[in-house]
Every structure is written in C-alpha cells, then in structure tokens.
Design a protein around this ligand. Sequence first.
Ligand SMILES: [Zn+2]
Length: 380
Amino acid sequence: MKQRPKVAKQRVIAGCIALVTLCAAFAPAPPTLTVVLDAGHGGKDPGNLGTGRYSTTEKDITLDVTLRIGQYIEENLPEVEVIYTRKDNSFPGLRDRVRIANEAQADLFISIHCDAFDNAGARGAGTYVMGMHKSEESLRVAMRENASMFSEEGYERNYDGFDPNDPDTYIALSLRQNVNLDASLTLGAAIQSQFRERVGRKDRGVKQAGFYVISYTTMPSALVELGFLTNPDEEDFLRSESGKAYMASAVYRAFRDTYLAARKEDTPVPAPPEEDVKIEKTPQRVEPKHDVWFGVQICTVGEPLKPDSPELRGRTDAKAYIRHGMHKYILGHHPTPEAAHEAKVALRADGFDGAFVVAFDGEDQIPMSQARGMTNPQTP
Ligand SMILES: [Zn+2]
C-alpha cells in the first residue's frame, strides 16, 4: 500500500519530463553564437564629415550598413544572436561598446567605420585587427577613430592612461592578450576578399592597429573601414542604396562563410603566433627601486572566475589582477623573461593555448620592453 503514492509520484515526474521534452522540441533553439555589431560614432560624434557635399556624415553610413548586416544575419541565420551597440543616432562611448560585447560574452565583434584622408584621391576598403601598427597609416587611422573618446564626458577619467594621441599608448596596447588574433585575421581576410571579389573595391588589406574598441574586447574582433568619404566617388557609392547593400552583404557573407562554419565544425580558435607581438619602440627608463618579475597570463575574462572554472584547468594557484576592468589570471613568479618563457611553453603544452608572458613591477603590469630594460640595464 505504501508503494502506490510513490508510483503515482514517479508517473507525475515522468509526465513532467515528457512535457518538458516536448516543449523543448518545439521551442526555438537557443542562439549558438552571439555577434556584436558596432556602428561607429553616433549622436554628437559625427565621425568624419566626408567631402562636405552632404549633410550626412560617417555616423549615418555606419549605422545604415550595420543595421543591414544585422538584418541579413537575423533573416538568414536564426541561430545567431545579434547585439547592436546602437540602433539609432545615439552615442555610446568606446568603453560602453566594449562593455556591451564583453558582458554579452559575444563570440565576435565587428565595428563599422568609414575612412577619411586629406587627399581626395585616397580610396579603398580595409579591415583592422588588434595589434601594434606596422605603418604610419595604420597609426593615423587608429588615432582618428579613437579620438571619438574626446566627445565623451569625463574621458580623462574613463580612459585612464589611454591617450589616443600618444604613440606610447599603443606600445602598451600591443602587449595585451591576443588569443583571438588568428581568428580575427581570418575574418578580416574574408571580409577583404568579399570587398575585392564581389564588390570590386580597392583592397587595402588586413592590418593591425591599436583601435580602442577592438583592443579591449575579449573575443575575435575586426574594425572595418568601408571606404573614404573624402573621395567623392566612394562617398557617393557608400551613400547609395546599392553601395550600402553590397558592402553589408559582403560583411555578412564573410561572417557566415568563415566564422560560423568554423563554429559549426567546432573548430577551436587557432593558437596565436608563437612570437609575442613585436614592439617597435622601446621606452627605456632608469629608475632606482623596482621589483620586476614575470608571470604567464593564461586568460582574460570580464568577471572573476571561480577556482573550479574550466578556464583555470584546475590551477588554483592562478592569481588575478584587474586591468581596464578585465580580470586577468597569472601563473608563476619568475625573475627573468627567459624563465617565464619556459613556463609559458610548458603551459601551452598543458592546454593553455593562449598563454603569454607579462611583466610586473610590484603589483603593476608593465610593458615587456620596459621590464627588460629594468632587469638588464646593460642592454642598449
Ligand atoms: Zn570612424
């Protein structure tokens, strides 16, 4: 007799499970991938003004093209969630754009911009990924786009230490974690291929530069310069319905063909190059008291990790530090970069694919170049 209620209870549970399963079968599948689309500028920040023949500016074209890219994705790839940093003429700061992407733990960040130059003959479309600029031109573009922050209230406070007009800022940026560089480069190459092959644009290539928005996002990121609004032909093209549709379609196709395909096959994000990002300029400082040491950074995340988080792979000895609002986890405490390098190689073999060496002076993370100068003062 005592068994009957139990049997009945089991039946109810079984019925509930069946119902839940049935509901799940008919409910739309949850998004498998999240992309953040970032229309450059907006509101009081017009972006570049183009030739001056029109009242519309860069911010109008970036918004229009960005909304079209999102529309193509939403219509054709229902499994992808699209998040916009703006969908109207509002002005999210550069930090807000980064925060939106990092908090959403997005899989991909694409920022849309238009270029400008003194010479009206300059033309072509280019894509940038995070890194140290290798040319004056890349530095020029990054400085111009980063200058958006001057339109923000209290930018000195919000961008502590980030001066878009100071080349040294980009040296510090170049040392940032970049496990996503290869994935970013792959996407960039696909976008440029689409621009060149399908839209017939002049291909300005994929380059690295220290743009704020793609430097502080923690996922594969690219910043697209659709063309030069200071070039009358390109401005007219980018203002036209067909021009905007072609350019948006090109970015959409590149996204669909590369990143989503890789994701569906569950291909891991490629490991970054063995070499750390090259530093073009070495600031040398001679200062009396320092406690320079080297650690191996194993991950960067927006929120603090629990000790059993998979990112830490059981390494409860990882120490966290916070920089630019991101939590970075470090293993080891080595006196020389060489010792840290050896530890890094071992950690990579252990599965920390993106591990790289970072330098500290006491509690502060400092550029590797600066640390080398401090640990080995004889080095010229
Ligand atoms: Zn721009």
